[in-house]
Design a protein around this ligand. Sequence first.
Ligand SMILES: *[C@@H]1O[C@H](CO)[C@@H](O)[C@H](O)[C@H]1NC(C)=O
Ligand SMILES: *[C@@H]1O[C@H](CO)[C@@H](O)[C@H](O)[C@H]1NC(C)=O
Ligand SMILES: *[C@@H]1O[C@H](CO)[C@@H](O)[C@H](O)[C@H]1NC(C)=O
Length: 474
Amino acid sequence: MKVVIVLFLAVWVPSQILAQQNDTDTNRTLAIETQSMSIMDKLFKFVLKEKWMEVPLNHFDLFDNRTWKMRYIVNDKNYKEGGPIFIEVGGEWTIDGIALVMSNMFDLVKEHHGIMIETEHRYYGESLPFGEDFEIEQMQYLQIEQAIEDLAYFIEHFKQENPKYKDAKVIVHGCSYPGMLVTWLRLRFPHIVDIAYASSAPLGVGLDYPEFFEVVNDVYANVSDECIETIRQGFNQTNELMKTEDGRARVRKAFEGWTCGDVHKMNSAEILGKIVSVLNVMHDPSQYEQVACLVMTMDADDEEAFKRLANFIIFKSKHIANCASEKPEGQELRNGVAWAYQTCTEMGTFQTLNRKNSHHPFQMDMSVEESVAECVSDFGGMVTETVLRTGIERVSRRYGGTKPKVTKVVTIQGTNDPWKHLATLEDYNEEAPVWIMEGSHCADVTVRDDDIQSLKDIRVKVKALITKWIKEIS
Ligand SMILES: *[C@@H]1O[C@H](CO)[C@@H](O)[C@H](O)[C@H]1NC(C)=O
Ligand SMILES: *[C@@H]1O[C@H](CO)[C@@H](O)[C@H](O)[C@H]1NC(C)=O
Ligand SMILES: *[C@@H]1O[C@H](CO)[C@@H](O)[C@H](O)[C@H]1NC(C)=O
């Protein structure tokens, strides 16, 4: 049985190149990264071009003429006169150009002979308005509304700088947070953006989001009772064992092989936290829960639940999960700080664990108060609960919540996406359909041969609709 699983995984490895760009924890991933780097070097030499545009820092103050340099990557190899502009909107990460050569959107680019551009979000990657060492006060321009203005400005000025695209139709795509951005970009700038494709866009913002781990619970529970019971009992046993000397030794021995850091140097909370994060299903390949439950329910008769859970955690930590223990630094650290700032000022949606009001499998509490306190301490008092509440309220008012009044936006949400309850899982209206795919967060974005048929079908459906819309507006 073990052999079957290993083979099964071998098929998935290529996807990790894309999913785990930042995971430098294991030699294995390092090898994959190095390999993908050289491919990317070649792409940047022959296909992709890196460019910069000067963009206003504060779009809402006429008297502030400061600017910053926004990075973007271009693939115009497929462009033919009259073709559209396709934009892959970057989010809380460093852009890499992969979507410009391999993605569902890229298939549309080829079909319509368009130019494709990936934009980097302000304060992420190399698009740093205040350089690498910025102060907390300088982060005040890191706002959703500014980011949306950046994109509108970018499109308008890109067309001015390149007159041959003057009349080109504009189609934008984003996954996750950028999925929200493209929906709102189309909402606020329908005269600049013609069509938006949003993958896994959790449009709702709010303080607390206990549903995250409920979806995780349901994904495993839907496979079998035995599977979710193993997680529930295994977690509880680990927690109980950590209370005695002898028990701690047994836990550390059981988890020794994982890639989440030195288990002998971790305390109970750190170990349990890592277990929760590895079990997170957000980036799992399609139907991975079947394999997960197979591993966890193996040897059910003669192994204790915490050992079965440990075996799975080790297995997943080596192949799929990013559970690096080293403290991030450089670009990775800056991206993390910027995202924490956005979370603490406009997004919220803390993934809380609450035994009283939700049905997650973990005997552990993580309250929204703790998360807010972390925000306050991380951002030196500048961010408070009132600031966050005001930010959230403003975002909801500005963009119309989870059912915005937009048209020509196609949205895809995943059945196994822990963020799905922040989205409306039915059409916004006749001209803004929401389709549900079998899979997790952004599973429609990257085209893979080994995907289940229903995922392939939904990609085809999205492309057909966008093609229909392009024809309608041309
Ligand atoms: C920006 O504004 C300042 C003060 O109003 C002015 O002195 C400066 O020339 C302006 N810079 C540019 C590039 O317009
Ligand atoms: C679990 O199964 C139920 C019933 O089929 C379904 O409604 C639900 O969406 C599933 N949940 C997940 C997370 O797969
Ligand atoms: C957790 O384990 C303890 C000790 O074995 C037990 O008393 C308790 O009922 C368990 N809780 C759950 C929710 O399984």
